[in-house]
Design a binder for this molecule. Structure first.
Ligand code: ATP
Length: 351
């Protein structure tokens, strides 16, 4: 992976290859971004298990320093051991940099065969509290408590983010998803704040749905959703469900936004079952890179990547195994780069 490919005008972006399939898919995203001609100097940093093995710390000081300086990162997945070891680094980074909004655009691609067509929804997930506050303790052996924290401040902030996003992107409806029939105080507060903010956006329809009913509706009528507004845990679960609607974790990008910066990362994890084999689908990472470019003010280049990805998926000639093909990560990446160049002249026609 290229480091210090600097010119004076290059924007510095922290690059975190991550664990498992991370280095493979992040290399793909970097290769595609470089084809756009946007000048970026990648400040490559270790994190997660890769860092733990190298320097004995999953969140090295150099990583934090780089993130503070650049304010923006392209990141691969990081390994978090289930039920043991250090806390989730993803959660740590989101909290440390107050990246309170997680955004995951989920839409169908022509050529990716799924039970549904024309899904086009966006998951907006609160990123800083809920059961992810990590407040767990054992009361007595065999009895533990895990505390769910919901505040009005964070709830209003994420609701405002969702409505502002909907307004900016011309979206028609925001659906707040909850379980306030059971968690009357916590989810009740979340809903109260969402309602309050919704009143400032009269042109956007606001609706509410209980999370179990929303899941049922998502797997029967996903086209009826537009922007989904969720607390942290429901958002985590529903995001993966939504990825399944459009072809799986290999095609859904994501971003974590705060007031001072953003980290771009695919929805998927480290996929240890296929790591190091060249089988990972790089599309989610490549599309996360496209979101990064848009954030940096390069909307045209971002769109060029998205169109090329659409062309490759629609043609169906080069698909990774998760999409029913036999292409490697590298072949898929080359196909996207090829499509960027071959469709460059026709892109204007589709504008
Ligand atoms: P983690 O513990 O890091 O979340 P995981 O394996 O539990 O890892 P994911 O990494 O999200 O969760 O993977 C879930 C499944 O989806 C795995 O079978 C994995 O191989 C597959 N998968 C995830 N990402 C991709 C990808 N980019 N390309 C192909 N398959 C993928």
């Amino acid at each position: 992976m290229k480091k210090d490919s600097s010119s004076n005008s290059a924007r510095v972006v922290t690059l975190i290859p991550g664990d498992g399939i991370g280095p493979e898919v992040i290399s793909a995203a970097v290769a595609v971004i470089e084809q756009t001609g946007v000048k970026i100097r990648w400040d490559e940093q270790l994190a997660g298990m890769a860092a733990f093995k190298r320097v004995g710390n999953p969140v090295p000081d150099a990583l934090i320093k780089s993130l503070r300086q650049t304010g923006v990162a392209l990141k691969g997945p990081l390994e978090t051991r289930v039920g043991e070891g250090y806390r989730s680094i993803n959660v740590y980074l989101r909290k440390t940099f107050n990246l309170y909004a997680n955004l995951r655009p989920v839409h169908s691609f022509k050529g990716v065969h799924t039970p549904f067509r024309d899904v086009d929804l966006v998951v907006v997930r609160e990123n800083t509290e809920d059961l992810y506050a990590g407040l767990e303790h054992q009361i007595t052996p065999g009895v533990v408590e895990s505390i769910k924290v919901i505040t009005a401040k964070a709830s209003r902030r994420i609701a405002r983010f969702a409505f502002e996003y909907a307004r900016r992107e011309g979206r028609a409806c925001v659906t707040a998803i909850h379980k306030a029939n059971i968690m009357k105080l916590s989810d009740g507060l979340f809903l109260k704040c969402a309602r309050e903010i919704s009143s400032e956006f009269s042109e956007i329809r606001y609706e509410e749905q209980i999370v179990d009913a929303a899941c049922m509706r998502l797997v029967t009528d996903p086209q009826s959703f537009d922007v989904l507004l969720l607390e942290n845990l429901y958002g985590d679960i529903v995001s993966d469900l939504c990825a399944g609607l459009v072809g799986g974790l290999g095609v859904v990008p994501g971003a974590n936004y705060g007031d001072k910066g953003a980290i771009f990362e695919a929805v998927h994890g480290t996929a240890p079952d296929i790591a190091g084999k060249g089988l990972a689908n790089p599309i989610a990472a490549i599309l996360s890179g496209a979101m990064l470019l848009e954030f940096l003010g390069h909307a045209h280049e971002s769109r060029r990547i998205r169109l090329a990805v659409g062309d490759v998926l629609q043609s169906g000639a080069t698909l990774t195994r998760d999409l029913g093909g036999s292409a490697t990560t590298m072949q898929m990446t080359d196909a996207v780069i090829g499509a960027m160049h071959s469709s460059a002249s026709s892109a204007a026609d589709r504008a």
